[in-house]
Design a protein around this ligand. Structure first.
Ligand code: FMN
Length: 354
């Protein structure tokens, strides 16, 4: 069984967008191979920043002057067959907790310098390093990789050379959005295929790596999504007003997650009334898009009453029949299509109808 050391460099730990992508890769790898995975979450580990004293290079045993958990992590790093680095892009580079881990690996080196070729240098290694493959997963918030992830790619290529596949994922914010699973499905499918490919053949075709790096959303939609989901709390805002703004942002971005492919009955209207704050909207669902109407109701069909926690995935919506549109009886099938749409978008776990 091969040992994988997973170095999770996101300050968001288990909630990390990047970590979710890494997990999809690992899941398939594990399905087709036998691996033992150990994870270090840098932000939760007891690791101090390197002091730059070079004590570790100067003393014979390579012992660092800092007494924390890094000595035991170095042993794990040295013994691993596969290294996986998983972290977000922070200001075009590696986040600080992750960089701390990286810097504290200095004791694996001897102080001498060796020429690798005419221009390049490295330290000879104090330990026999076991790893034969290194994967780097890095997600970022922008839609572009060029002029954003270049330094990260270069840094790991210098560190590990040909042993390393650097897997860059743009539009990272989408990776954790359950409502957008249909948008990110291709990226996750490519990640899973890459994991399977490595387990079976010890290689990953370059086309597959490229497909992971393809933005899940086109640029304009992504910009609209980021804009729609952003809430800024002003100093004058009360808690209630801020809550309302968060609910509004939720529905604004929900509209952008609309997947027309599952709507069998065009031009449906879903009216949603939030019970505990003054907010009522209509979603006009057509074959091509979904429009959010926040002002006065124009149509009435199906009314979904929800508590505002719904916006944060914890509500228990109640479905009630339309009150003033007696000409049209509620059509259960139509309703089921709408509900399916929201289920497909990921609301399933929290929506209950009564
Ligand atoms: C301090 C900070 C700096 C960031 N810098 C960049 C950046 O330079 N380029 C970019 O595309 N995204 C940047 N982002 C966005 C993150 O890379 C993005 O949200 C990522 O998906 C977060 O991943 P995580 O959940 O794994 O931590 C930054 C985020 C933070 C908090």
């Amino acid at each position: 069984m091969e040992k994988i050391l997973l170095i999770n460099g996101s300050p968001r730990g288990a909630a990390s967008n990047t970590r979710k992508a890494t997990q999809a890769f690992l899941d398939e790898m594990n399905r087709f191979g036998e691996y033992e995975v150990e994870e270090i979450i840098c932000s939760q580990a007891n690791i101090s920043a390197c002091k730059g004293c070079l004590t570790c290079l100067k003393n014979e045993s390579g012992t660092c002057c800092i007494q924390d958990d890094m000595a035991q992590y170095i042993q794990k790093y040295v013994a691993a067959d596969i290294l996986i680095w998983s972290f977000p892009n922070f200001i075009f580079g590696v986040p600080s907790d992750c960089k701390k881990f990286m810097d504290r690996l200095l004791p694996i080196n001897y102080p001498q310098l060796e020429k690798t070729d005419a221009q390049h240098t490295k330290h000879p290694k104090r330990y026999t390093l076991h790893y034969k493959k290194v994967f780097v997963f890095c997600s970022c918030g922008f839609y572009n990789i060029d002029a954003n992830m270049d330094a990260i790619k270069k840094q790991f290529e210098i560190l590990y050379g040909d042993l390393c596949d650097v897997i860059l994922i743009p539009e990272g914010q989408l990776l954790s959005n359950r409502f957008l699973q249909w948008r990110t499905a291709d990226v996750f499918a490519s990640l899973r295929q890459a994991g399977a490919s490595y387990a079976k053949t010890q290689t990953i075709p370059s086309e597959l790596l490229q497909s992971i790096s393809k933005p899940a959303m086109d640029i304009d939609s992504y910009l609209r999504y980021i804009d729609a989901s952003t809430v800024t709390r002003t100093a004058a805002m009360t808690d209630e007003e801020y809550r309302l703004e968060k609910v509004r942002a939720f529905f604004r971005s929900l509209v952008l997650t609309y997947d027309p492919s599952v709507l069998a009955v065009p031009n449906s209207v879903l009216e949603i009334q939030i019970l505990d704050i003054p907010y009522e909207i209509q979603l006009i669902l057509t074959n091509t898009d979904c429009t959010l109407i926040e002002d006065k109701s124009q149509f009435e069909q199906f009314r979904l009453k929800v508590v505002s926690n719904f916006a944060f995935f914890a509500g228990r919506p109640q479905l009630t029949e339309t009150t003033n549109n007696t000409s049209k009886q509620p059509d259960l099938n139509k309703l089921i299509f709408l509900v399916n749409k929201f289920e497909k978008a990921g609301v399933r776990k929290t929506m209950r109808f009564s």
